[in-house]
Design a binder for this molecule. Structure first.
Ligand SMILES: NC(=O)c1ccc[n+]([C@@H]2O[C@H](COP(=O)([O-])OP(=O)(O)OC[C@H]3O[C@@H](n4cnc5c(N)ncnc54)[C@H](OP(=O)(O)O)[C@@H]3O)[C@@H](O)[C@H]2O)c1
Length: 284
């Protein structure tokens, strides 16, 4: 039995879809915080079980019969280390043969602020002694393609990433990679550095949006602190403004650039490009 936590999230739902291409629905458990939000997953034939990272008793129930677990990192910044520790402890009690975890690109050396919690969870996973696979995912293409409205409205991409290159990949490609690792016949690697094959700068992002939309779009680069102030001014909450500006500063130093080779090898096809993602988003 393969259990996916955070299965009601955007990545989790795609992992379930990708797993269904490789194994029977009866072999899959969608573990979710809110069972009411996962009826569409139950309709696919997979078992839906309650699993709240903050309530260990739900995790023990959710992991009954689990052979492999994918821990999808929580989106509750600041609480993730303790939440993930609950999942790791429950996975240990369940005696799973593989614990996979969605981490961040080069978590061990990344200067991104958000890498800190991932580093701590990776250390907890290693300390657990469980066989594991760290899926160190790079940035999502959707971080850009799903936020085009203000770009089109104001004719500008704002950021602090300078000319740093970003090897973003589509969520569906990271999901397919997770499904491949979870269903592999051979023992998975312990660390996968996963990124898109075609990197781009934010200047190139602006140029591609301009090309596809027919509008004039520029990239307005600014210092990290100024970018954070602008985000706060337009109503972005403090924690998110901090994360976005800090991540851009990391991108400027190359922390979101990586090789797409491992992701391509796992999914067995070229990774989706920025142009693909923008084309799909601009259709809507
Ligand atoms: N690589 C990137 O560019 C990038 C970007 C954003 C996030 N991420 C990371 O990747 C993860 C997956 O991405 P995503 O796009 O699927 O994010 P998402 O749509 O926000 O999904 C996050 C999932 O975490 C679940 N969750 C949060 N707190 C929980 C708790 N206490 N117990 C159980 N589940 C809990 C959420 O449950 P509900 O459905 O009940 O809310 C949701 O299913 C994120 O959580 C974040 O850690 C990566």
């Amino acid at each position: 039995m393969i259990v996916i936590t955070g299965a009601s999230g955007q990545l989790g739902q795609l992992v379930i879809t990708e797993l269904l291409k490789k194994t029977a629905a009866s072999n899959i458990v969608a573990a979710v915080r809110n069972v009411g939000k996962a009826q569409h997953l139950a309709a696919l034939g997979v078992q839906v079980r309650e699993a709240d990272y903050g309530r260990p008793e739900t995790l023990d129930q959710a992991f009954v019969g689990a052979e492999k677990i994918l821990l999808i990192s929580s989106n509750e910044l600041g609480q993730r280390v303790a939440q993930h520790r609950n999942v790791i402890d429950a996975a240990k009690r369940a005696g799973v043969k593989l614990l996979a975890y969605t981490s961040v690109l080069r978590a061990d050396t990344s200067v991104l602020g958000l890498a800190e919690e991932h580093r701590a969870t990776e250390a907890d996973i290693r300390a657990s002694g469980l066989p594991h696979a760290l899926l160190r995912n790079g940035w999502y293409l959707e971080n850009y393609s799903e936020h085009l409205e203000p770009v089109l409205a104001h004719g500008a991409v704002l950021g602090a990433a300078g000319q740093g290159r970003i090897s973003a990949a589509a969520r569906v490609d990271y999901a397919a990679a997770a499904a491949a690792v979870l269903t592999a016949q051979s023992t998975p690697e312990s660390v996968y550095e996963l990124a898109g094959e075609t990197a781009f700068t934010l200047t190139e992002l602006a140029a591609e949006v301009a090309r596809q939309s027919g509008k004039e779009i520029v990239y307005n680069d600014m210092p990290e602190a100024q970018y954070k102030s602008v985000l706060l001014e337009i109503g972005v909450p403090e924690a998110m403004a901090q994360l976005l500006s800090d991540s851009d500063a990391g991108a400027k130093q190359g922390d979101l650039e990586g090789s797409g080779a491992a992701l391509r090898a796992l999914i067995g096809r070229p990774t989706a490009t920025l142009a693909d993602a923008l084309k799909a988003a601009l259709k809507h």
